[in-house]
Ligand binder design. Sequence first.
Ligand SMILES: [Zn+2]
Length: 479
Amino acid sequence: MRKWGKFIILLMAIILSACGKPEAKYIFFFIGDGMGSVQVNAAERYLASLEDRNGIVPLAMNLAPATGYITTYSQSNYITDSGAAITAMATGNKTSNQTLSMDAEHRYPYKTIAETAKERGMKIGIISTVDIDHATPAGYYAHQPKRSNYYEIGIQLANSNFDFFGGGGFRNITDPKGIDSINVIDLAKQNDYLYINNATAFKYLESGAGKVLFVHPDVSDDYAMPYSIDMDDGSITLSQITEKAIDMLDNPDGFFMMVEGGKIDWACHGNDAATTIHDVLAFDEAIKVALKFYSKHKNNTLIIITADHECGGMTMGTSYGDSNMDLSKLQWQSGSFTELTREYHEIRTGLINELGEDTVKTDPSWALNFILEQTGLGDESKGLAINDYEKEELLIAYVKSFDEKNYKDHTEYIMYGSYDAFMITASHMLSRKVGIGWTTFSHTAVPIPIRAFGVGAEKFTGYYDNTEVYSRLLGIMAK
Ligand SMILES: [Zn+2]
């Protein structure tokens, strides 16, 4: 019997060594920018609230078999920015805020995981809902002392030789200093990128097309894709881009694909709960596309889902909200507060031209009506009645909003940040009525979840630093 036991152990050892270490050949790295655990849980609670029941509807990302928590502080600050956070996860090194895949003193570049994957023969895809030269996507292909060097970042994209770029556009396709005459898009074309900027060409894009640079046809604020809540039917979604990227990148040598839900962060900067939730849901749809691919390539696919940092200090439970957390009341919001504010200013400008500023300033009824129609705020039948104190709060903000550049006073900045005073007050009021609180217009330092599906997923459990995400991933990436 003991003889047989030894024999079986020996046989197992031979089989294991023949198989080698499990390796990830198809790697998806999903980053929900600004997405802490509350942003995800709020989306789950929202879905259950729509069904009028307690509890949650779990998102696909939260069904991951392996979960952990990572710390996010940068070399220079306890609260990181996206530049330092992406440098940590893409290169394994801490750096200073605002720096992109270089050391904190800006003396040398750090090689990124995507560059290593490319050297190993894998194809590379970089996808984001925000401008493709923004910190998170740029951290994989650019090395810059300042994340705001958009033109230089664009040039590095065009020279990266990565296989697929998709999502938002560029902030500076020409050199704002006027020194360099090369246009980023022209350089990409010279370097054999197929540049695509319309829905039809995107639809008919097929594998074998070579290197692709796809800029979403509907880019708006800062060259980003529209928020999910603002998207027209038929507008190309993050999940469709992910699906297309899989078609383009699938090959026997594997791929590394980074997919960013970048505007979750922007919605959280603006303390806009409904917009945050819709972008988290759109991000989860993109993860489902990767999970479909994984179901057919279980032995060599790895999907990681994390964030670079939390944003907004979003929490659940406020002094004003009821403990039921009925987030379904957010369903009445017709668009992002970014779009609503644009509309609000348009209407106000029209009224001022017609009636004069002094008259408009003393009559806020149109503004109260605007937020009632666009968000339901003030509608008793929707459970969103406003009391006298809240009305007063809105009226003070309404007058302030005529003077919006003047938030130097510390108290005012805490209340309105850099946003329109009236619209941010309405957004905050809506949030707190449904039980969502915000502590800041910026990032926070709370540790953030990391989840993994597939080969080597178990390596991502535990509580560790964001720099270790890189080393753990490098350890299982196909050689
Ligand atoms: Zn941010």
